[in-house]
Write a protein that binds this ligand. Structure first.
Ligand code: UFG
Length: 347
C-alpha cells in the first residue's frame, strides 16, 4: 500500500491581494508551495488582477472582500485561518492625493495596519510590511543601505510608511514571539510575463511606466518628462526600477525566512531594488528600442517633490534573503507593453 503523506502547507494572508503588487506576490507564493488567502476591499481595483491570478494558477483562489479598518472583521479572519504570515499591502498609495487629504491616508493606512498587528500578536502571525524607498527621502549618500538614515517624510503617504515601520518595530520589541520584516521597495514596474496581471492605475497615471505605456497605446497624447536640468549625465532623474516579478519573489524569500525561523533579529528591514540607477531618459529610450516604437514626449518643468536620484544597495537582501533581481530592464519593459496592449482595446 502506498504511503500517504499529509503535507501541511504554510498559510499566508495577502491583504490588498487584488492590487498590482499583491497579485504578483500571490502568484509567486502559491507557485512556491504556500497556501494563500487574498483579502481586499476593492477600493482601488477591479477583479482583473484577481481573475488573472486564478488563470495563471489554474484554480479559483480563496478571496475575502473586507476592509482592514474593520477590527472585528480582521480578528475574525485571523481566528478562522490561523495564518503563519500576513503580507500587508492594503493601503492608499497616491503621494499627491495624500498631501491634499492627509486624514484619509492616516486614518486608513494606520488603522488597517494597527488592526493587522493586533490580530498578529494575538494569533502568533509573522508580519511582512510593504514599505517604500520613500522613507530615505532626499539623500546624496547613494546607494542607500538599510542603515542609511531615514529623512523626514515629504508627504503623508510617506509618513504612513515610516510610522507603520515604527509600529512594527515597536510591536516586535514589546510582544514576545512576534516577528516582522519591512521590505523597502524602490520603483516597481512591469507586469507578469503571461500578461494576465499588471498595473491598472485609475485615471491619469502618476508613475512613469504606466504613463509611458498609455502614451504608446494612444490613451495619453504625450508623455511629460519632468525636468532635464538635474545634475545627472542626461539631466533627468535616476531611479532603481525593479521588475514586479523579481519584487514579488523577494516576498517569498522573506516569508520563508520568517516562517522557517531563520531571522537574525525579530525585526528586519531589506531594500528591494536592483542596485542599478537608470535615468528617466534612459528608460524612455529603452522602452522605445525594445518595443520598436516611437513615443510622443516633451520635456517640461521639474515635478515638485522629486528627488534627483535614489537607488538601492541590495547587498543585505542578496546575502540574507538569498534574493537577487534577475530580469533585465529590456524584458521588464517588453512585459509592461504587452500588458498595456492587453488592457487597451485596439483602436
Ligand atoms: N516622471 C516623469 N513623467 C511622468 C511620471 C514620472 O518624468 O509622467 C519621472 C519623475 O519625475 C521621476 C521618475 O519619473 O523622476 C519616476 O517617477 P515615478 O512617479 O514613477 O516614481 P517616484 O520615484 O516618484 O515614486 C516612487 C514610488 C512611490 C513612492 C515615491 C516616493 O512609485 O510609491 O517613489 O518618492 F512614494
Amino acid at each position: 500500500m502506498a504511503l500517504q503523506y499529509n503535507i501541511i502547507m504554510s498559510k499566508v494572508l495577502v491583504s490588498g491581494g487584488a492590487g498590482f503588487i499583491g497579485s504578483h506576490v500571490t502568484v509567486e507564493l502559491v507557485q512556491a508551495g504556500y497556501e494563500v488567502v487574498i483579502a481586499d476591499n476593492m477600493s482601488n481595483c477591479d477583479l482583473t488582477n484577481y481573475n488573472g491570478v486564478c488563470r495563471i494558477l489554474g484554480r479559483k483562489m480563496p478571496f475575502v472582500k473586507m476592509d482592514f479598518c474593520d477590527a472585528k472583521a480582521v480578528h475574525k479572519l485571523f481566528k478562522k485561518h490561523r495564518f503563519d504570515a500576513v503580507i500587508h499591502f492594503a493601503a492608499y498609495k497616491a503621494v499627491g492625493e495624500s498631501v491634499g487629504e492627509p486624514d484619509k491616508y492616516y486614518l486608513n493606512n494606520l488603522t488597517s495596519f494597527l488592526n493587522v498587528l493586533e490580530a498578529s500578536r494575538e494569533f502568533g502571525t509573522n508580519v511582512l510590511f510593504s514599505s517604500s524607498a520613500t522613507v530615505y527621502g532626499d539623500t546624496d549618500k547613494l546607494p542607500v543601505t538599510e542603515a542609511s538614515e531615514r529623512q523626514p517624510a515629504t508627504s503623508p503617504y510617506g509618513n504612513t510608511k515610516q510610522m507603520c515601520e515604527d509600529f512594527l518595530r515597536d510591536a516586535v520589541r514589546a510582544y514576545q514571539g512576534m516577528h516582522g520584516i519591512a521590505l523597502r521597495y524602490f520603483n516597481p514596474i512591469g507586469a507578469h510575463p503571461s500578461a494576465l496581471i499588471g498595473e491598472l492605475p485609475r485615471g491619469v497615471p502618476n508613475n512613469l511606466v504606466p504613463f509611458i505605456t498609455q502614451t504608446a497605446a494612444g490613451v495619453r497624447e504625450c508623455l511629460s518628462i519632468f525636468g532635464d536640468d538635474y545634475p545627472t549625465e542626461d539631466g533627468t532623474c535616476k531611479r532603481d526600477f525593479i521588475d514586479i516579478v523579481d519584487l514579488a519573489k523577494a516576498h517569498v524569500c522573506a516569508v520563508r525566512r520568517m516562517i522557517d525561523g531563520r531571522m537574525k533579529e525579530n525585526y528586519e528591514i531589506f531594500n528591494v531594488g536592483t542596485g542599478r540607477p537608470v535615468s528617466v531618459m534612459e528608460l524612455v529610450n529603452t522602452f522605445q528600442k525594445v518595443n520598436n516604437l516611437k513615443l510622443n514626449y516633451k520635456i517640461v518643468a521639474r515635478r515638485p517633490g522629486d528627488v534627483v536620484a535614489i537607488w538601492a544597495d541590495p547587498t543585505k537582501a542578496n546575502e540574507e534573503l538569498g534574493w537577487k533581481a534577475e530580469r533585465s530592464l529590456e524584458d521588464t519593459l517588453r512585459a509592461a507593453w504587452l500588458w498595456q496592449q492587453k488592457v487597451t482595446p485596439a483602436k
